[in-house]
Write a protein that binds this ligand. Structure first.
Ligand code: DAH
Length: 361
């Protein structure tokens, strides 16, 4: 039996040395030292020995058990050390190494254009004001001399806010004065709001989102406009013309000129459309004897303007006998596209959020 135990000890120690990975070591430990393991099965015979020998063999068996246990403990330690080392290697981190650099974006080109517009008018003493884009019909139309049912309203393809989401055809009405709510189709809603809120004189620039039911290569349903309003004593068309020239030269280039072409708007009298000399033909209408393909006649249309109508001044609580003013307003996107060097064939590309396009500006 002693020889058996001796052999078990040698076998176990050699087997342990061959193994390094911890889970297999555990299996081996059970195989030798477990309750039904090899040592236990040899010791089952112990009671059959004579008392004297039993004592001696018993003692020897304990020594064998301790030696084998020790071998397992050492192997366990060695395996742990190997595992630690490999973890240290794989999880090593150089905290002094430079980090992954985040990509730095920039403002959308429409936002850039709005900031530029604002900056130009700020230099003339205008200050930016903000007015609602979800607006009462009163400020979007009635106060601007465009009464309910007037055919001029058709020019603003308006989105109406429904009172009852279950019944979207029914526009929202305020109970007492039957006012409807709209997504403002132009920034002109700011005119009467500004007169109501501000002290005179006024030099306002309102840049905001505007909405119309339209979508094609030159229109998007959500776009931006900027609206200027100046009210003071003795304001004339000359002030309007000077302001527009200053803008055109600063935004488009020192060689650009504007002209006022008579037009009709309900909220200005007289009213104009503002044209700017074409960048391609420099206002000639011809390039090398051929008609300019961009403008055909030397001028491009920018937007609307005029002297504020007395009814509009009155709607804002301003006395038209004492004060006069001018207003102008037009689209940021169109103005941006007219700026030389930026030629996007389809205006909708501005809002597709394709980074390959946006990163160019
Ligand atoms: N609000 C007009 C539009 O969107 C443009 C406009 C015309 C604004 C004349 C003005 C103005 O301030 O005086 O069609």
């Amino acid at each position: 039996m002693k020889t058996q135990l001796e052999k078990l000890k040698d076998d176990a120690i050699t087997a342990v040395k061959d193994l390094v990975s911890s889970p297999k070591l555990e299996e081996l430990r059970i195989e030798y030292l477990g309750r039904k393991g090899k040592l236990a099965s040899i010791l089952k015979e112990l009671p059959t020995l004579a008392v004297e020998t039993r004592k001696e063999v018993g003692q020897f068996a304990n020594e064998v058990k301790s030696a084998v246990e020790l071998a397992f403990m050492e192997a366990e330690k060695a395996a742990q050390a190997i595992e630690n080392e490999s973890r240290i290697k794989s999880e090593w981190l150089d905290i002094t190494a430079p980090g992954a650099e985040p990509e730095i974006g920039h403002l959308h080109l429409v936002t850039q254009a709005m900031e530029e517009v604002l900056h130009i008018f700020t230099r003339l003493g205008f200050s930016r004001s903000r007015h609602p884009e979800v607006e009462w019909g009163h400020y979007a139309f009635e106060a601007l001399n465009v009464p309910k049912g007037h055919p001029a309203r058709d020019e603003w393809e308006t989105f109406f806010i429904a009172k009852d989401p279950e019944n979207p055809e029914v526009a929202m009405y305020e109970d007492d004065n039957m006012a409807e709510m709209v997504l403002t189709p132009h920034t002109s809603n700011a005119q009467v709001r500004e007169m109501e809120q501000s002290e005179l004189p006024i030099r306002m620039i309102n840049i905001n989102r505007t909405y119309r039911r339209q979508s094609d290569i030159t229109h998007v349903p959500m776009f931006h406009q900027f609206e200027g309003l100046v009210i003071d004593k003795g304001i004339t068309i000359a002030d309007l013309k000077g302001t527009l020239d200053f803008f055109a030269q600063n935004f488009f280039g020192a060689d650009r000129k504007t002209r006022l072409r008579p037009h009709h708007f309900r909220f200005t009298e007289p009213s104009f459309e503002i044209d700017i000399t074409c960048d391609q033909c420099k206002g000639e209408g011809k390039i090398d004897g051929l008609k300019c393909r961009t403008c055909k006649e030397g001028w491009l249309e920018l937007g609307g303007a005029g002297m504020v109508h007395p009814n509009v001044l009155q709607a804002g609580g301003v006395d038209p006998e004492e004060y006069s003013g001018f207003a102008f307003g037009w689209g940021v996107e169109r103005t941006l596209m007219m700026k030389s060097g930026i030629n996007v064939g389809d205006i909708r590309v501005l809002y597709k959020n394709d980074l390959r396009f946006l990163k160019q500006f």
